[in-house]
Design a protein around this ligand. Structure first.
Ligand code: PMP
Length: 356
C-alpha cells in the first residue's frame, strides 16, 4: 500500500526531548529541575483571573489579544502594533521562520542553544547554520557574523543562552548588529531576561527601537510562572509584527492564558520579588559549586550548566538518586534549573561528593 508521504525535510526534524518529570519516591520529596520552570506556585490573584476565564470556555478567545496587547504596550512603552502574542514564545519562533524563510534559506544560531531552534528551522524547510558557543558557554558573535551569507534570512541570538547560561552584553550586541545586513532579521530571544544581573546588560526595547530588523521574543513561562498556559510575545516593528500575527494559529492564546498573563503584569512586583529570590539562590549555588571545586559558565538565567561531556550520564544518575531530576544533553553536559532551596541544597551536596 502506498502511504501519502510528508515533505522530505520532515524526516530530518530532530526530536524535542522535554525535561523528564520527577519520579515520586517513598519517604523523599523529589524535585523537577529539568525544564527551567518557576518553582513557586501561582499567585492567588493570577489563579483568580484564570478561574474567571473558565466560565467563558464555550466561547473562542479574543483572537486579537487586545487586552493583553494594551497591558504590554503600557508596560513596555511600545505601540500595540509592535506586539504579537503566541502559544508560548516557541510558537513565535515557528511563525517567524514560516513568515520570513523561503525553502533553503539559512538561519544562523549558536549551538548548543535552545533545542527548538533546529526543529523549527527544519520544519520551515530552512537550513540550520549552527555556530559553536565558546568554551565559556558564550555566543561567538564574531563567528556568527562571519557565518552570514547571501542566503541568511534570520539570526537567532539567545540571551541568556539556554542551556549554557551566559548573556550577551549590550556592547557586543551593538557591535554584532553593526555587522548584520539590514535585510537579515535578528531575533533576540530573551526568555530568561528577568533573571539577568550584570553590567552592560542588553536593553531589548531600546535596541529594537533603533533597529527595524531586531525582534524581541519574551515569555510568561519563566519569571512569570505560566509555563503550563503557553503565552509568549514578540516586540518588533510594524511589518515584522504584522507578519507574525498573519501566520499565527487562529485563537492560539486561550482565554485563560490571556487572563493569567494580564493578571501577572498586574502582580508583577510580587512576581519579580520571587525572581530576586531565585537569583539569590542561583548566586548561592554558584558560590557553593566554586567551594566544591566546580566552575560553571556564568549563569544569567534560572539554570546552571555542567559541560561534562562523556560524564553527563554520571551526574544525571547521581542527581536522580538524590531525588532531583535534571536535563542531560547526551555527550555534552547537564543543565540544572534553580529550584526550591532544598533542591538546590541537594545539588550542592552531590557536587561536593562528585569529583569535578
Ligand atoms: N526560548 C528559550 C531560550 C527557552 O529556553 C524557552 C523555553 N524553554 C523558550 C524560548 C520557549 O518558551 P515558551 O514557549 O514556554 O514561551
Amino acid at each position: 500500500m502506498a502511504h501519502p508521504q510528508p515533505r522530505s525535510s520532515v524526516a530530518a526534524i530532530p526530536a524535542y526531548v522535554p525535561g523528564k518529570p520527577s519520579t515520586p519516591r517513598e519517604g523523599l520529596t523529589t524535585y523537577k529541575l529539568s525544564s527551567n520552570e518557576n518553582p513557586y506556585p501561582p499567585l492567588p490573584g493570577v489563579v483568580e483571573a484564570a478561574h474567571g476565564a473558565v466560565s467563558v470556555m464555550n466561547r473562542y478567545p479574543d483572537m486579537g489579544n487586545s487586552a493583553l496587547y494594551a497591558a504590554l504596550s503600557a508596560r513596555l512603552g511600545v505601540p500595540v502594533t509592535h506586539l504579537a502574542a503566541g502559544t508560548g514564545s516557541v510558537a513565535l519562533i515557528y511563525q517567524l521562520l514560516t513568515a520570513f524563510c523561503e525553502p533553503g534559506d539559512e538561519v544562523v544560531h549558536a549551538w548548543r542553544s535552545f533545542e527548538a531552534y533546529p526543529i523549527a528551522i527544519t520544519t520551515a524547510a530552512a537550513v540550520s547554520v549552527p555556530v559553536p558557543v565558546a568554551a565559556d558557554g558564550r555566543h561567538d558573535l564574531d563567528a556568527m557574523a562571519a557565518a552570514i551569507t547571501d542566503r541568511t534570512r534570520v539570526v537567532l541570538v539567545c540571551t541568556p543562552n539556554n542551556p549554557t547560561g551566559p548573556a550577551v552584553t549590550q556592547s557586543d550586541l551593538d557591535a554584532f548588529l553593526a555587522r548584520v545586513p539590514e535585510h537579515v532579521l535578528v531575533v533576540v530571544d530573551e526568555a530568561y531576561l528577568e533573571f539577568v544581573r550584570m553590567d552592560d546588560a542588553v536593553d531589548g526595547v531600546a535596541t529594537y527601537a533603533r533597529h527595524p530588523n531586531v525582534v524581541l521574543f519574551r515569555t510568561f513561562s519563566k519569571a512569570y510562572g505560566l509555563a503550563g498556559f503557553r503565552v509568549g510575545y514578540a516586540v518588533a516593528h510594524d511589518p515584522v509584527a504584522a507578519a507574525l500575527r498573519a501566520v499565527s494559529l487562529p485563537f492560539g492564546v486561550s482565554h485563560v492564558a490571556q487572563a493569567a498573563a494580564i493578571a501577572s503584569l498586574e502582580n508583577e512586583a510580587a512576581l519579580l520579588e520571587r525572581v530576586d529570590a531565585l537569583v539569590a539562590e542561583r548566586d548561592r549555588v554558584v558560590a557553593g559549586l566554586a567551594d566544591a571545586g566546580w566552575t560553571v559558565p556564568e549563569p544569567q538565567g534560572n539554570f546552571v550548566w555542567f559541560g561534562l561531556g562523556p560524564r553527563t550520564p554520571e551526574l544525571t544518575a547521581v542527581a536522580e538518586a538524590a531525588g532531583i531530576t535534571v536535563r542531560p544533553f547526551a555527550g555534552e553536559g547537564v543543565r540544572v534549573s534553580i529550584g526550591e532551596p532544598e533542591a538546590n541544597d541537594r545539588l550542592l551536596q552531590l557536587a561536593r561528593e562528585l569529583r569535578p
